[in-house]
Design a binder for this molecule. Sequence first.
Ligand SMILES: [Fe+2]
Length: 202
Amino acid sequence: MKVAPNSSENQGERLIVPDLAPIRLDWPAGAMIGLPAKESAKKLADLEPLFLDRAAFHALDPELVVYRVRSWTPVQPGSEGGLFWGVTILEPGKVGKEYFMTHGHFHSNPTRAEYYCGVQGHGLLLRMDHQRSTSAEEMRSGTLHYIRGEHAHRVVNVGDEPLIFWACWGSDAGYNYGAIREHGFGARVLERDGRPVVISDE
Ligand SMILES: [Fe+2]
């Protein structure tokens, strides 16, 4: 923000010239426009240990992109007190009877919470505590989800279009993927008779 100096014409007034914000959002499309935005993709091969049906997994193209994440990290990861902003676009599909899903993670710092906000599609947000107690919550356009810092979180696309949700999380939240990679969540989301059902995986 720049403040123009006084001159004889604008004596006593302050003319404020706003800077252009570095990022603009196309909210419903899940697009971030601007140089600082980063994009990453998770392919099926990156999610190999997570799905139940091994034969069905190996019948699919490992290069298939399951989800994309676009993010803006205006401070260094790990910086105390900052905030990150991002969007995930999770494709529809299944491995056998199991719906496409994000990897899921705990935060390294369990005091750091996160918001998710659905803008398109139909999903389920899975949350799991350290006792592996797992619950599911519907995600649709307009739903807002507060995720406690100590809960692992994963999103499952149970619809037939891309599921798009925005997120805001702490720059010092960190990611712990290992526990999920090794032990998964306490429940899975499978298709039964054309509908998603949440099944205990204990
Ligand atoms: Fe998170």
